[in-house]
Design a binder for this molecule. Structure first.
Ligand SMILES: Nc1ncnc2c1ncn2[C@@H]1O[C@H](COP(=O)(O)OP(=O)(O)O)[C@@H](O)[C@H]1O
Ligand SMILES: [Mg+2]
Length: 292
């Protein structure tokens, strides 16, 4: 290796480690892997995620109140609802960031999410996109995807090894999917807000999650970027289950294509479920959300 490459490698490693330790929250990686002997999620029954009577209280205030939700394998589900309805808290529970006071949460038909730690949950196939894009600004688009691919228990040993042909293909396919192929060598910090959001989604996809949680993914995007994001999500449907929280009703309309189920959250529980047209015509929904 030339000194230049070594310096670049050292920088990558430092950033990689900083990101990994941020992601972890608590506990240590090795210990976390040891706990995965709970087994692989079982999706044979068609259920990707099942929440039952989940309650979360903050100082007596119920952010989630007996929330029930079932997401099928390959389903794209939009969740809407006023600010404070508990949408983000729901994602916090699914990803192990917040522990509920009561209720059950399973991934597939067999994995008890409430017994797993945040890092375990990411490793068994639940990817989460936060509102604000978090990419490595100094690295290129390609390098961001490369790191995401290697930030994985199966490939961890090969952080500095060369990419295999198969891995290169996967990065190429993902670049195409997220519309960033022409920007592959561009420094991520120079991308537009929308492009950074796509890159982060691409990074999640490198880990091949079964379930993707996307919290307000098109906030701050231009109309064109929003449309492309809808196309991207529709192309992921089927291969992954997607739970999309969004306020943009035009976007929700594009995703649900007139027939898919939308869930309306209010005061920590499900207020209504049905097609977008159904819930938009629901008096209770209009009163607490859409009509304001
Ligand atoms: N860590 C926390 N401590 C106290 N209250 C919280 C915390 N997280 C969320 N809340 C409260 O829980 C409610 C639901 O919040 P949130 O899940 O962020 O709603 P949404 O994403 O639907 O806007 C809000 O009233 C919020 O203020
Ligand atoms: Mg929120």
């Amino acid at each position: 290796m030339t000194p230049d490459l070594m310096a670049a490698g050292a920088q990558k490693l430092a950033e990689f480690q900083a990101k990994s330790s941020q992601d972890q929250g608590s506990g240590d990686r090795e210990a976390a892997y040891g706990r995965l002997s709970h087994g692989e999620p079982d999706f044979a029954h068609g259920v990707a995620l099942y929440l039952e009577d989940i309650t979360v209280s903050f100082d007596g205030f119920r952010a989630l109140n007996k929330l029930n939700l079932a997401i099928n394998v390959g389903e794209l589900r939009c969740i809407i609802g006023p600010n404070g309805a508990g949408k983000t808290t729901m994602m916090d529970v699914i990803t192990g960031k917040t522990r509920p006071d009561a209720g059950t949460a399973s991934f597939g038909s067999n994995i008890d999410l409430l017994r797993l730690r945040e890092n375990d949950i990411a490793q068994i196939g639940i990817g989460r996109k936060f509102q604000k894009p978090t990419v490595y600004e100094q690295l290129s688009v390609f390098e961001n995807l490369e790191l995401a691919l290697k930030n994985d228990r199966r490939a961890r040993a090969s952080l500095f090894s060369r990419l295999s042909g198969e891995q290169l293909d996967r990065i190429g396919e993902t670049l195409q999917l997220i519309h960033l192929l022409p920007e592959a060598q561009r420094t991520a910090g120079l991308l537009s807000h929308g492009q950074k959001q796509w890159l982060e989604i691409g990074m999640l996809l490198m880990q091949d999650p079964k379930l993707l949680l996307l919290d307000e993914p098109v906030a701050g995007m231009t109309d064109e970027e929003t449309e492309r994001t809808a196309e991207l999500f529709l192309s992921l449907e089927g291969k992954h289950s997607l739970v999309v929280v969004e306020h943009d009703m035009k976007f929700v309309g594009e995703l649900t294509q007139g027939w898919k189920k939308v869930t309306v959250l209010h005061e920590g529980s499900v207020l209504a479920e049905g097609t977008l047209a159904d819930v938009q015509a629901n008096d209770k929904v209009v009163e607490v959300y859409l009509g304001r």
